[in-house]
Design a binder for this molecule. Sequence first.
Ligand code: PFF
Length: 462
Amino acid sequence: MSENRSTFGSRFGAIAAIAGSAVGLGNIWKFPYVAGENGGAAFLLIYIVITLLISLPVLLAEFAIGRHGRGNAFRSFVNITGKKGAGAIGILELLGAIFVLASYCVIAGWSLEYIYQSVAGGFHGMTQAEMDTKFDTFVASGWRPIMWMIIFLFFNAFVLVKGVSKGIERCSKFMIPALFCILVLLAGVNLLQPGFQAGAHFILWPNWSVVTGKTVLAALGQSFFSLSIGMAAMITYGSYIQRQESLTSVGVIVSLATVLMAVLAGLAIFPSVFSYGIEPTKGADLVFKTLPPLFAELPGGYVISILFFILLFFAALTTSLSIMESLVAFFSEELHIKRIWALAIGFAIIIVSSTFCALSQMPDSQILVGGATLFDWTDKFCSAYILPLGGLACVVLFGWFVPHYVIEHELTSSGKTPLWIYKFLVFMMKFICPVVIIILLVNCVLDYFGIDMIQSFMNMFA
Ligand code: PFF
């Protein structure tokens, strides 16, 4: 194990980089919508409880594997268990990382195109139909999304080539506060909108009547995705956390910061949507079709539109840095090559996979897997299977196969965290988290075959 490995230079730097990985497109375009559709504040409450009880122990297991293993995702598993075979979990996570990054870079490229479009002329006065055509034509052009995706990758390379502390940490220390300020500003401008009350009601009013078992599973899936669990990123970043740092407090701060950012994103988006009587949606349609003309109508609309797409770009960049860094650390440490060459390999892999993703978005694309575009497939397959599988492997391995003194040392940060928290975390890691994640996985498999697990379970007792 190398003791000369880079680390984050400060506590704030570590938190900014980790929060940067967590707060991504998912927090901005999906989380607020999922929260609104699933009971608003009721969902948020369930989400926070689930995050602290289930996702946090998994996240801490990933941090601890990285910090104790002191290596990339593959090497950390080998080091912490002393068994080469355990490295297979790291490889699975790295493959998941490649899949996620492939579609992530394409979307990030779209945000660059829309920054350009906002600066060049804005979206003022455009109808929804015109926006639909604009976006569809852009995606169908093929070469243009690919060009922006490559430019986005160059931004990644520019930061990553400088290393962990001078590159990732420095960039995150600027971008995460900037992201927060933009969100506060956008939410502030939305405060003056006629639809503010409806928007705030959508995500902040507790509606317990829509809460079912499915809500809890949705919260769990969203929580895993938001915290970047099961994709090598948190193991790699964990390996850069200084030894004296309390993993538990870093984990809690990052978890709560992601919820705060998602709520702010909801307040920055939905009041405008409700002001025009439009049905709330999520994903690319919301961000690239519905919102631009609405934002253009706001006071200072020209600047607001630019800021919104910069926000999207920052969120995507800080997230992609964590995934790309997982690849860079893997190649440089396993192939014993310089960081720059490892970066070149990672860059090449992502350019190829992202290009396929972008091409699969074209209207007459033949690049389909199981009837879905490669783009949708990478997204769904990773969120539904690789992410919970990776998380499951981490908690089981950490809870059951790592020596006790290592677990205690890592989770109490050499005695700094109270013993009862440590005991509680170990209990969750060993018994509760694995069972809950298996339920989530079974639900995903059954869902694929059109079977409603919760309903079938209820029917058994009816
Ligand atoms: N946390 C990111 C988001 O919410 O957009 C998604 C993500 C990033 C998942 C990194 C997995 C990962 F390794």
